[in-house]
Ligand binder design. Structure first.
Ligand SMILES: *[C@@H]1O[C@H](CO)[C@@H](O)[C@H](O)[C@H]1NC(C)=O
Ligand SMILES: *[C@@H]1O[C@H](CO)[C@@H](O)[C@H](O)[C@H]1NC(C)=O
Ligand SMILES: *[C@@H]1O[C@H](CO)[C@@H](O)[C@H](O)[C@H]1NC(C)=O
Ligand SMILES: *[C@@H]1O[C@H](CO)[C@@H](O)[C@H](O)[C@H]1NC(C)=O
Ligand SMILES: *[C@@H]1O[C@H](CO)[C@@H](O)[C@H](O)[C@H]1NC(C)=O
Ligand SMILES: *[C@@H]1O[C@H](CO)[C@@H](O)[C@H](O)[C@H]1NC(C)=O
Ligand SMILES: *[C@@H]1O[C@H](CO)[C@@H](O)[C@H](O)[C@H]1NC(C)=O
Ligand SMILES: *[C@@H]1O[C@H](CO)[C@@H](O)[C@H](O)[C@H]1NC(C)=O
Ligand SMILES: *[C@@H]1O[C@H](CO)[C@@H](O)[C@H](O)[C@H]1NC(C)=O
Ligand SMILES: *[C@@H]1O[C@H](CO)[C@@H](O)[C@H](O)[C@H]1NC(C)=O
Length: 484
């Protein structure tokens, strides 16, 4: 008993020591609380400008495949902001480096005086799929000195692109301001951003010429250029295209090969309209290059120089006013997987050399004025007739009008001798038969109408089909509207 009593103070001391060191380690771990109070305050202030409105992110799921949810509901004062939804901190410094508020049901005018813009550590900002009620993109955005990725797509921004964006860090790699209401001319001043790899301006109201750039290094790292669905017009600038060095030869430059990802676990992806579908490309972008100028009013000839963009995987020039012939230089785009030149004013023959494009899996030359025989062999054996429709003087497989062995259109039969004669007779019999049937059917309807006022079964059948069709058209239309 005495022994244990003597030990007591020791045990007491020991347990005290343990408890103390425990609390010490505990307090030291809470001292490494990641998010700074300052950042938390700035973030809370920033989102106080918006209300939560489900319909503000209604396009999110359809176009990005992600379900929208109100990320900012987890943002509570007094908690570590590095654990808030949509926020990633640098795990050493505790600074906020990634703010992803895409698809967050944010609704309201975008504040231009927010101290968020002073967050020097921010590297990626994603505000896509919200509704900023036709706010202007604030000039203050140029103050993010470390920004690499800026995604403002599908968020109801209007006005012009503030050229303060060119003050952004020399780090900017990705700029997506697609699917807004921006009315501006081509933002040349972006040429000064030395690392810009992805530029997406699609589905806005950009207009005017895209003229040549002066500096030789303009847009030299660009891999994805999407200007589609705007009102750009005029000829394509030759020097501008020549300068797209990363598209000319991607292997020349090792730095650009570490595109996306890099040392971060962050998964970058963009939605590219690929082979007619919106497809999200993750990381694949290391080797991905595409050029989409579709749905504008670009005109004149497709410049030969486009054949220099040898790393291109996708080229879409559809729905423009390009005239002249398809340049033979396209044969040099050996990595091309899809080529869409449809709905232009192209004339002449399809260059035979295109047969050498063995990676090509989608080709669309429809709705032009192309003539002659479709080249045969390799990939050309795989394209269906919808690749060529709307060119009335094209011949050969897969079209029904055939070409002879010399690559010349077969002459339509000029006489009705022998077998032709029999065919002709047979043809006439069919026509007469059809005529006769129609006549009898007409008589029957006439008779029924005369007797009963109107043939009910016929009216029901016809109206039913009409209504169904109207419904389908309506559905398709609302979809198309949502997309544009
Ligand atoms: C929610 O947003 C939609 C448009 O995105 C708007 O029409 C509607 O008025 C908003 N509702 C509220 C309560 O603000
Ligand atoms: C911090 O982040 C880096 C890069 O993502 C990672 O390699 C490292 O393991 C992280 N450190 C800690 C302590 O989580
Ligand atoms: C920004 O301006 C609005 C009014 O225009 C004001 O209510 C708000 O406090 C300002 N915010 C900051 C951070 O200055
Ligand atoms: C641009 O490149 C061309 C040839 O590639 C050269 O002649 C010209 O001097 C260069 N201009 C500048 C400003 O570097
Ligand atoms: C932004 O968020 C959307 C939706 O979550 C996503 O599809 C897109 O890839 C993101 N953009 C960037 C640049 O990471
Ligand atoms: C080219 O662009 C048009 C219009 O933007 C689009 O409808 C078409 O699907 C695209 N073609 C390919 C092959 O992606
Ligand atoms: C298309 O180009 C032709 C000249 O090649 C021009 O006459 C015509 O006005 C242009 N059409 C449009 C819609 O720009
Ligand atoms: C294709 O590329 C080769 C080598 O770069 C070049 O010599 C040739 O002129 C190009 N062909 C066309 C039609 O531009
Ligand atoms: C080519 O484009 C037309 C519209 O211009 C479209 O109807 C057709 O389905 C497309 N064909 C292919 C193979 O993409
Ligand atoms: C296109 O091909 C389909 C079957 O693949 C055929 O039914 C159709 O008649 C063809 N159209 C033309 C214009 O050749």
């Amino acid at each position: 008993m005495g022994f244990s009593l003597k030990l007591c103070p020791l045990v007491f001391l020991l347990s005290f020591f343990l408890a103390f060191s425990f609390s010490l380690s505990f307090s030291s771990s809470s001292a490494t609380q990641l998010c700074s109070h300052e950042h938390a305050t700035v973030l809370l202030q920033f989102i106080s400008a918006f209300s939560i409105n489900k319909s503000a992110s209604s396009e999110c799921e359809y176009f990005s495949g992600v379900k929208s949810y109100s990320k900012t509901l987890s943002w509570k004062e007094g908690t570590d902001c590095c654990f808030w939804n949509g926020i990633t901190c640098d795990n050493v410094t505790g600074n906020v480096i990634d703010l992803d508020l895409s698809c967050s049901n944010l609704y309201g005018s975008f504040p231009s005086n927010s101290s968020l813009f002073l967050t020097k550590s921010l590297q990626r900002l994603n505000l896509s799929f919200n509704d900023f009620k036709l706010s202007k993109i604030p000039r203050e955005i140029g103050q993010f000195v470390s920004l690499k990725h800026l995604d403002l797509s599908y968020s109801e921004f209007s006005g012009q692109v503030p050229n303060e964006i060119s003050h952004l860090s020399n780090m900017l790699e990705v700029l997506d301001i697609g699917n807004n209401n921006i009315k501006d001319t081509f933002p040349y001043w972006l040429e000064s951003l030395p690392k810009l790899q992805v530029l997406i301006l699609r589905s806005n109201k950009f207009q005017g010429f895209v003229r040549d750039t002066k500096a030789n290094s303009s847009f030299s790292k660009l891999r994805v250029l999407d200007l589609s669905n705007n009102d750009f017009f005029g000829p394509l600038p030759v020097h501008f295209i020549e300068n797209l060095k990363a598209m000319v030869n991607p292997l020349e430059d090792d730095n650009s090969a570490q595109y996306m990802g890099g040392s971060f676990s962050y998964e970058y992806s963009i939605v590219v309209i690929l082979k007619g579908l919106s497809i999200e490309l993750e990381k694949v972008l290391t080797v991905f290059t595409s050029f989409d100028l579709s749905k504008n009013k670009f005109a004149r000839e497709i410049p030969k120089v486009i054949g220099k963009l040898s790393s291109l995987k996708g080229l879409n020039l559809s729905y423009n006013n390009f005239s002249g012939q398809i340049p033979h230089s396209l044969q040099n785009l050996t990595n091309l997987e899809w080529l869409d030149l449809s709905s232009n004013e192209l004339v002449g023959e399809i260059p035979q050399e295109l047969v050498s494009l063995t990676s090509l899996s989608v080709l669309n030359l429809s709705n032009n004025q192309l003539v002659g025989c479709i080249p045969q062999g390799n990939q050309f054996n795989t394209f269906g007739n919808s690749s060529y429709e709307g060119n009335l003087r094209l011949y050969g497989f897969p079209l029904t009008k055939s070409c002879d062995g010399n690559g010349l259109p077969q002459q339509p039969p000029s006489s009705f001798h022998g077998k032709d004669h029999e065919l002709w007779e047979f043809g006439w019999r069919v026509v007469l038969l059809g005529y006769g049937c129609g006549f009898v059917f007409g008589l029957l309807i006439g008779y029924l109408t005369f007797h009963n006022g109107e043939p009910k079964w016929f009216v029901t059948l016809f109206n039913g089909q009409q209504n169904q069709r109207a419904r389908n058209v309506r559905k398709a239309r609302t979809r198309a509207q949502r997309r544009n």
